[in-house]
Design a protein around this ligand. Structure first.
Ligand code: SIN
Length: 283
């Protein structure tokens, strides 16, 4: 098999010619790691990973982050279940976001494996925070580069959730461990980060978890945040991934946003997600 990396429009690359269940040679793994750093999200088709294969592949990248808020796979706690049942109305991730920006050391990314798909719908959109940054003027980049932003999960997973970023369990109840969420301290990250793998600049604010600019009120922050969010949703930076059996998406939270479409009511969708630990972020 020949490993081929095909860049996609907007963001991401599709990688073919590799069986992720196999024992990947170091050179193959290095090529995949390079594609991940360059493209922000990588996609694979026609894979046949068992849960153990999924965990083994993930461990090759970084330690696994056990999710505090999602239901875990009953036999494999490293795997978070991202499930929507037939009777459920809300889905997990049904708004633009980047995972774990509310952590002091945000997660590197997630490896999402399709397990059960609706006949149609349930696509996931990704947006490039490299491209969103690159498209700004030098003056705007310099101004944003002087800012930091405050992030939190309390309004999402805590006792008084904002439903804009829906997270529900398999029965339709809101996922979360409100007690854990309430104890989370707010964290501050640069608005423009230097990506720890690629060295490129990327925008690092998101509609789900960013509260305000550091030193600004929420009211003062909102107009500029909304302007940035609208910019980041520009279709020029977006790729819509259509899931098929055997599909895998592996995204980098420091370089992309994602958004799970909730357009398949009455049908079941089950995905297995492993999230990987990241490293401290800097400007
Ligand atoms: C998520 O936000 O992790 C869910 C993505 C998806 O289900 O497509």
């Amino acid at each position: 098999m020949t490993l081929t990396i095909t860049p996609l429009s907007g963001v991401g690359a599709e990688i073919t010619g590799v069986d992720l269940a196999g024992d990947l040679p170091e050179a193959t793994f290095a090529a995949i790691r390079g594609a991940f750093a360059d493209h922000g999200v990588i996609f694979f088709r026609g894979q046949n990973l068992t849960e153990d294969d999924h965990i083994a592949f993930a461990r090759r990248w970084a330690p696994i982050n056990i999710n505090r808020f999602f239901a875990a796979h009953p036999a494999h706690p490293e795997i978070a279940l991202v499930t929507k049942e037939e009777a459920q109305k809300d889905n997990i991730g049904g708004g633009w976001h980047t995972d774990h920006s509310y952590d002091a050391i945000p997660a590197m990314g997630s490896i999402l494996v399709a397990r059960e798909l609706p006949a149609s719908g349930g696509n996931t959109l990704f947006s490039s925070m490299y491209a969103a940054y690159d498209a700004l003027s030098d003056g705007f980049k310099a101004m944003l580069g002087s800012l930091s932003a405050v992030h939190s999960a309390r309004h999402v997973f805590g006792a008084s959730p904002d439903t804009a970023y829906n997270r529900t369990d398999a029965g339709g109840g809101r996922i979360g461990n409100a007690d854990v969420a309430e104890t989370l301290a707010d964290v501050v990250h640069p608005v423009v980060i230097t990506h720890p793998l690629s060295g490129r600049k990327a925008l690092y604010v998101n509609p789900a978890f960013t509260l305000r600019f550091d030193g600004w009120t929420a009211e003062e922050s909102m107009p500029l945040l909304q302007q940035l969010y609208a910019h980041c949703m520009n279709p020029a930076f977006v790729q819509e991934f259509v899931w098929r059996p055997g599909s895998i998406a592996f995204w980098d939270n420091r370089a992309t946003w994602h958004f799970a479409r909730n357009d398949y009511h009455g049908h079941r969708r089950e995905m297995h997600r492993i999230t990987l630990e990241g490293e401290p972020l800097s400007a």
